[in-house]
Design a protein around this ligand. Structure first.
Ligand SMILES: [Zn+2]
Length: 278
């Protein structure tokens, strides 16, 4: 897992420009609420932690028109909005152009409103709230960014715990069949609240199950390659370990240290002897 590149600049100025590009009545409605939107933007951009416990949007249920036109900043894009929306996807590092940051399994074809635009319409076109996402993750996450006022999903612009390893693998051999099991373990340097978000993120998106399936499908091929290196090329256990550690590091460098393939090779490198004899 890894952070997304945030391309937002002068987010309020962008909103103000979008308002000037709108037609009435949208333009008139948005103009009257501009300063309220600015203070909402400042809260998201500079005091994001406050939002978790914020009960309601600044715009009350009675402000139907205001909500509709705020949401329209995203659903009816203006000439300023169109290139920004496509740049969010195209500006990501190569890995995140092809894989969704939430799962690292499928293509990120959509943008997720981290905080849903029905609940907080003021963030409908805030770039910091628009995270590349695949269809599956977007469907599962939907509007559920928090539960009982606690965040349930990783925020791929704001969260900063991607250098800590929290995904681990262990190997079991059952009747000569090796099986990898994955689990989450709280790293020492990660606070309880952040680890809880990671745990819920994995739980809601069923990532442990999905990654385990991928690992165990790939494992038999990788064991064949290992055995080939051992029996045909005469590689020692230590040399095979080094090879596997290199592959672990290469995947971690490109996809983050919690990438399932990196974790799989880490586990294999720690169990070379058992894997060669099964
Ligand atoms: Zn996904």
């Amino acid at each position: 897992m890894m952070k997304c590149v945030y391309i937002g600049e002068n987010e309020y100025d962008t909103f103000a420009t979008i308002v000037t590009e709108k037609y009435n009545p949208s333009k008139a409605v948005l103009t009257t609420i501009k300063t309220r939107v600015e203070s909402c933007y400042n809260q998201y951009l500079f005091r994001f932690d406050e939002l978790e416990a914020k009960q309601f949007s600044e715009f009350s249920a009675a402000e139907v028109e205001e909500k509709k036109h705020l949401q329209g900043c995203y659903s009816s894009l203006t000439k300023t909005g169109i290139p920004i929306k496509s740049s969010i996807l195209s500006s990501q590092p190569d890995v995140l152009k092809t894989l969704c940051p939430y799962c690292l399994l499928e293509a990120p074809k959509t943008l997720d409103h981290y905080i849903g635009k029905d609940e907080f319409p003021e963030y409908s076109f805030l770039v910091k709230n628009l995270i590349p996402c695949c269809y599956s993750c977007n469907n599962i996450k939907d509007i559920k960014w928090r539960d009982s006022y606690r965040r349930r999903f990783i925020h791929f612009y704001n969260d900063n715990f991607f250098e800590e390893q929290f995904l681990f693998a262990s190997l079991r051999i059952i009747e000569s069949t090796p099986i990898i099991n994955l689990s989450l373990v709280k790293p020492q340097n990660l606070d309880d609240d952040s680890f809880q978000i990671v745990s819920w993120h994995f739980e809601d998106l069923k990532l442990l199950d999905q990654y385990e399936q991928k690992c165990n499908t790939l494992l038999s091929t990788e064991i064949k390659i290992m055995k080939d290196g051992n029996f045909n090329d005469g590689l020692t256990l230590q040399q095979i370990e080094v090879q596997l550690q290199r592959r672990e590091k290469n995947f971690a460098d490109d996809y983050g240290i919690n990438y399932w393939k990196s974790i799989m090779f880490q586990c294999m490198s720690q169990n070379v002897k058992d894997l060669l004899t099964c």
